[in-house]
Design a protein around this ligand. Structure first.
Ligand code: SAM
Ligand code: GLN
Length: 288
């Protein structure tokens, strides 16, 4: 069949669900993934025909998109901070706001990391996106990453290999670690986390393709204890973060004030709240 005709079928079947532009970008990702070509090819060579064997996965993707499965899970890959990442139903799909958190960290530590290597831990690492992006850009640092889900750590390990970085992955529950040390040799210079922070009461704001496909253990917290993870990480920082070490969080946009209060309670200084590109209070930093 001509590739052009397959694109028409994609539009016919999916435009009502996703809109024309998004369908175009799905198609770009799909033909790049399976055929290693760009959509401009269709313009340059309108009669370009692909074989039945080549067609098959492209139509399989179409059926899954009709079921509103995320394209990242269908293709098993995505991009974060310009780097490739494998993802599956056990890992949260990395979000653009988390790229902003990584950029903030890199801007803030750029000069100090050049002077001395940093010891970093990413808590609730998921696909490993934060830990791996930091490791890639702070080459002399030693990076650790913790998650409670073994299945997601497996994916994160593959992502470290894919990106040619060394990250030490640890399996554990931050809510149970308390004040014990994860690596007894020395304390951390930097702790970063994007823990679960969506309250069940906010479920109505979450798109159904997120709700139906992404791991709930990565997203949701109890309505009456929404800062549970942040509190546990602050407790962990009491014993495991160096004096003048820095804590970075991605946070729930509605809980900025409560988060500042929490960091103050734990004695952090130079607390800064930062908005994301959409003007939402999304990131927080504090110095021990
Ligand atoms: N860091 C990744 C990112 O930014 O895309 C994933 C963040 S996701 C919002 C939260 C992660 O925390 C998930 O990977 C989940 O498995 C992990 N997690 C949930 N409960 C945990 C716990 N008790 N201890 C450690 N990790 C936990
Ligand atoms: N920002 C994510 C979402 O909107 C939530 C990430 C989290 O809970 N840490 O789905």
């Amino acid at each position: 069949m001509r590739l052009k005709d397959i694109l028409d079928i994609y539009h016919k079947e999916l435009d009502a669900l996703y809109g024309k532009n998004e369908v175009d970008s799905f198609f770009d990702l799909v033909i790049e993934h399976y055929l290693n070509i760009k959509r401009i090819h269709i313009v340059l060579e309108p009669e370009y025909v692909i074989s039945k064997v080549e067609e098959q996965p492209i139509f399989e993707v179409l059926s899954k998109l009709k079921l509103e499965q995320p394209i990242q899970y269908i293709l098993g890959e995505t991009e974060f901070f310009g780097l490739p990442f494998k993802v599956n139903q056990h890992t949260l799909i990395p979000r653009p706001e988390t790229e902003e958190l990584v950029a903030w960290i890199l801007n803030s530590v750029a000069s100090s990391a050049k002077k001395k290597p940093l010891k970093i831990i990413d808590i609730g690492t998921g696909s490993g996106c934060i830990a791996i992006a930091l490791s890639k850009h702070l080459k002399t640092s030693s990076v650790f990453a913790l998650d409670v889900s073994e299945a997601t750590i497996e994916v994160a390990k593959q992502n470290a290999i894919l990106n040619n970085v060394e990250v030490e992955f640890l399996h554990g529950d931050i809510l149970k670690i308390g004040e014990s040390q994860l690596d007894v040799e020395s304390k951390y210079d930097l702790i970063v986390s994007n823990p679960p922070y969506v309250r069940h009461l906010e479920k109505i704001e979450i798109q159904s393709n997120v709700l139906d496909n992404e791991p709930h253990i990565a997203l949701f917290v109890d309505d009456d204890n929404p800062l549970q993870f942040y509190r546990a990480i602050c407790e962990f920082a009491q014993d495991n973060l160096k004096e003048n070490g820095v804590l970075y969080f991605e946070i729930n946009e509605y809980l900025g004030a409560e988060m500042v209060e929490l960091l103050e309670h734990f004695g952090f200084k130079q607390i800064e709240l930062k908005q994301d590109l959409y003007g939402k209070q999304r990131m927080l930093k504090g110095v021990k």
